[in-house]
Design a protein around this ligand. Structure first.
Ligand SMILES: *[C@@H]1O[C@H](CO)[C@@H](O)[C@H](O)[C@H]1NC(C)=O
Ligand SMILES: *[C@@H]1O[C@H](CO)[C@@H](O)[C@H](O)[C@H]1NC(C)=O
Ligand SMILES: *[C@@H]1O[C@H](CO)[C@@H](O)[C@H](O)[C@H]1NC(C)=O
Ligand SMILES: *[C@@H]1O[C@H](CO)[C@@H](O)[C@H](O)[C@H]1NC(C)=O
Length: 372
């Protein structure tokens, strides 16, 4: 008898379990039939997310962008004894050239971004403020990455996930600065770059600055983040433009200037509020300052753009064509020499330096145009 009763209670437990399962299935079926596909997807994503978190290989996150980094050890040699890094990084193998293809569709278009913590764990050699130096050789290049930003944390997480290993494989010493525009006024990408330039140069003697949109992911390892003898436009082939240069003077997306280049062209304009125009202005400044634009090949300068709608607070700038027509008159009067701003906070986060800045001063003060 006692045995029988145990059997009975065991069976009833299973019965409850199956009933519970059944109810769940019905609920799921109802949810999806009632057009709750989104909600169901949400749950499915949560499961997938935890899978990403558990797997350390990085394969789950769209291609092995962390290849060749695992053997780098934390133990630094004595800085004095350290040899220079080779001219061409051995971590960028030939066969790697096209491996760093972002797996679009499977990753970038989804809503799940890697968490900061996850990216941090994948990059154990990155230190406070998003700084890195090669552990086993003295880098030949010191590059600061300047990212203008507002309300794009989602994109920032993707970018950091891809950019950190990409830069480490290139054996450059680097730092990542996110310049965050405070307040609600229209976004001003170019002025934020001016802020980034000045703030980054205050901290370290960078020999190259990469001005980088937050939503562009480099696809090719050979796209080296170092400066050329002339200003470099790195984002020559974006998927958005069918991997072609949209027009000859285009200078948008990702560009690289040495401090000398930057000062020679008086930095970037401060008066382009809203979307568009400022990158063309910068392109014109390059030639007005007697320099020309260099570019990597179409094969190497490839970028994928993370999809998004036009941001709120970054509407198309209606004045851009008028302003562009006057760049020749304005470039010496408006730029690095007139960039007024106020740093509200500077926080050294594990993966980047977050500089929050008020750039709204001087909005009502138009540039005086001196016609010669
Ligand atoms: C986890 O990583 C291994 C390689 O270490 C890979 O073979 C496997 O497919 C990954 N699992 C998932 C769920 O992505
Ligand atoms: C890693 O480095 C080696 C050379 O050390 C190279 O041959 C290889 O292509 C690189 N990339 C990958 C994905 O292993
Ligand atoms: C920005 O707008 C939000 C509401 O949209 C408001 O709560 C906030 O105070 C504004 N911030 C500033 C600095 O004006
Ligand atoms: C940077 O810091 C500011 C102020 O603490 C914060 O509001 C903002 O979200 C931060 N931005 C990023 C991209 O972390």
């Amino acid at each position: 008898w006692p045995f029988c009763s145990i059997m009975f209670s065991f069976q009833s437990k299973w019965r409850y379990f199956f009933m519970f399962l059944g109810i769940q299935l019905v609920v799921m079926a109802l949810l999806s039939r009632e057009g709750y596909q989104k909600r169901v997807n949400y749950f499915i994503r949560i499961f997938r997310k935890s899978e990403h978190g558990r797997n350390n290989s990085g394969l789950a996150l769209g291609g092995d962008v962390y290849a060749n980094l695992t053997h780098l050890s934390k133990t630094h040699l004595h800085r004095d004894d350290m040899p220079y890094c080779p001219l061409k990084s051995p971590l960028i193998g030939k066969s790697f050239s096209n491996v760093l293809k972002v797996h679009y569709g499977t990753f970038l278009e989804e809503d799940i971004a890697p968490t900061y913590f996850y990216v941090q764990r994948k990059n154990p050699l990155v230190v406070r403020g998003g700084r890195y130096r090669p552990p086993d050789c003295e880098a030949r290049h010191r590059t600061a990455i300047i990212i203008p930003h507002r309300h794009r944390e989602h994109h920032l997480k993707f970018l950091l996930y891809y950019l950190h290993p990409f830069l480490q494989r290139q054996q450059v010493t680097y730092g990542i600065y996110v310049i965050h525009q405070a307040g609600n006024y229209t976004f001003n990408r170019a002025k934020l770059m001016n802020v980034g330039f000045r703030e980054a140069m205050k901290e370290e003697d960078w020999d190259c600055l990469f001005f980088h949109d937050v939503d562009l992911i480099p696809e090719d390892d050979r796209n080296t983040y170092t400066c050329d003898a002339n200003p470099k436009h790195a984002a020559i082939a974006m998927d958005k433009f069918g991997y072609k240069l949209p027009y000859k003077m285009y200078f948008g997306g990702v560009s690289a200037l040495s401090p000398e280049h930057y000062l020679k062209m008086n930095g970037f304009p401060n008066n382009y509020w809203g979307w568009g125009g400022e990158d063309d202005d910068i392109g014109i400044r390059v030639s007005l300052a007697g320099m020309y634009i260099t570019r990597p090949s179409l094969k190497v300068g490839r970028y994928k753009m993370i999809k998004h709608k036009l941001d709120e607070g970054n509407g198309v700038n209606p004045k851009r064509f008028n302003m562009l027509a006057r760049t020749r008159q304005t470039w010496k009067l408006d730029g690095m020499n007139t960039a007024e701003y106020e740093v509200l906070s500077k926080v050294y986060l594990p993966l980047y330096t977050n500089i929050t800045v008020n750039i709204e001063m001087g909005i009502s003060r138009p540039v005086t145009i001196i016609t010669i």
